[in-house]
Design a protein around this ligand. Structure first.
Ligand SMILES: NC(=O)c1ccc[n+]([C@@H]2O[C@H](COP(=O)([O-])OP(=O)(O)OC[C@H]3O[C@@H](n4cnc5c(N)ncnc54)[C@H](O)[C@@H]3O)[C@@H](O)[C@H]2O)c1
Ligand SMILES: [Zn+2]
Ligand SMILES: [Zn+2]
Length: 373
């Protein structure tokens, strides 16, 4: 097959807006698939890639990594997928070769399978990088065949796309990274697409208390809808004191699990300080290279040593996409996972900059780009 022409949202250079440009997409190579994108959520990480001047990727860069679509063409050696299959794209399909994969622990794979670069900017033929090996703000993309996860035929793709990042990260944080046990107390700092998915995961895990922390009252209202039992506005009150007070148990309160989903270092410190004895804080937000946190060790009440606190890092919910994506789709189809209310706005490719603006200033869980069929 020859190249296909399409459109994609490109970052062409540092400190420039994301723009829609014509692209040419080469056919998939061995063990790759070419996917026609139907829908893609706009995650905060795409905005961070822009703000951090490409995060080390060569320009031009196709934005987007929360996508779903239909397989259009399969490369040599691909037998598990066929043209027409509905798929969600995974950015952490395990490599099968690193030390973690070799010891049978693919959820902790060091690297992820990636395709060769196949997308060209049409006007000069420049080869494009793809955010997190995906590049889903595009009419077409090429991914490693094992990164395209088949969906049930009754799964709507404009909801399924959210599974690819925000939902698998948030729910996976509570299932895989730091398994939440029934009856536990959970705090979630930051109630965007990721944090609300943490709340849904904690609810599915039968947490006793789920305390949502945000600075936006609308997000806190939504958090209740997704399963929060209590809310704390961190702009009005100290979230550590508030969480300790809400969980008072005769031992100064605190939660067994605190999840940070903001990307703000001071929120990680708060997550650690709001733990009950032996609790675990999990950081999910994407840091800048210069970000750091200071953790007190010796304070008798909240210091990491005396409180026996743990800090974990969550990458995409430590997902094993071939297992987790169909499971999350099934939970949605069984009405146990709410994806419908996570889609706040449907937009077009040309609206990505506006979606970034809304993400920072408006009341949006997810803007979802829908592409014409
Ligand atoms: N680790 C991973 O695998 C992974 C995956 C997806 C996203 N991320 C990162 O997770 C973070 C969240 O992503 P998102 O798409 O949900 O973002 P989002 O912008 O939709 O949500 C962020 C939320 O944090 C709230 N917030 C801001 N400042 C706060 C504060 N001081 N205290 C409490 N809440 C505050 C905002 O009001 C908003 O509701 C981002 O940093 C993103 O890059 C990481
Ligand atoms: Zn993301
Ligand atoms: Zn691996």
């Amino acid at each position: 097959m020859s190249s296909r022409q399409g459109k994609a949202v490109l970052l062409n250079a540092p400190n420039t807006p994301a723009v829609v440009e014509d692209i040419l997409v080469d056919p998939p190579g061995p063990n790759e698939v070419l996917v026609r994108i139907v829908a893609s959520g706009v995650c905060h990480t795409d905005l961070t890639v822009k703000k951090l001047e490409g995060m080390g990727m060569p320009f031009p860069i196709v934005l987007g990594h929360e996508g779903a679509g239909y397989v259009e063409e399969v490369g040599e050696g691909v037998t598990h997928l066929a043209p027409g299959d509905p798929v969600v794209l995974a950015y952490r399909a395990p490599c099968e070769q690193c030390p973690a994969c070799r010891r049978g622990d693919p959820r902790h794979c060091y690297v992820a399978l990636r395709p060769k670069q196949r997308i060209h900017r049409k006007r000069d033929g420049a080869l494009c990088s793809q955010v997190l090996r995906c590049g889903t703000f595009s009419t077409y993309t090429v991914v490693h065949a094992k990164a395209a996860i088949k969906m049930p035929s009754d799964m709507p793709l404009d909801k399924a796309c959210l599974i690819a990042c925000g939902v698998v990260t948030g729910v996976g944080a509570t299932f895989n990274t730091t398994p939440v046990f029934a009856g536990s107390r959970v705090a979630v700092i930051g109630c965007g697409g990721v944090g609300l998915s943490v709340i849904q995961g904690a609810k599915l895990a039968h947490a006793r208390q789920i305390i949502a922390v945000d600075i936006n009252p609308t997000k806190l209202e939504w958090a209740r809808k997704f399963g929060a039992t209590h809310t704390v506005n961190a702009r009005e009150t100290d979230p550590v004191a508030a969480v300790r007070s809400l969980t008072e148990d005769g031992y100064d309160g605190g939660v067994e699990f605190a999840f940070e989903a903001t990307g703000i270092p001071s929120c990680i410190e708060q997550a650690v300080r709001m733990l009950a004895y032996g609790g675990t804080a999990t950081t999910i937000g994407l840091p800048a290279a210069t970000d750091s946190v200071t953790l007190n060790l010796g304070d008798m009440a909240t210091g990491v040593y005396w409180n026996k606190a743990a800090l974990r890092v969550c990458h995409a919910g430590d997902t094993l996409p071939s297992h987790d994506f169909p499971l999350l789709a099934q939970l949605y189809l069984q009405k146990q996972l709410n994806l419908d209310d996570m889609v706040t706005r449907i937009i077009g490719l040309e609206d990505v900059e506006d979606a970034f603006h809304e993400m920072e200033t408006g009341n949006v869980i997810r803007s979802v780009i829908k592409l014409p069929a």
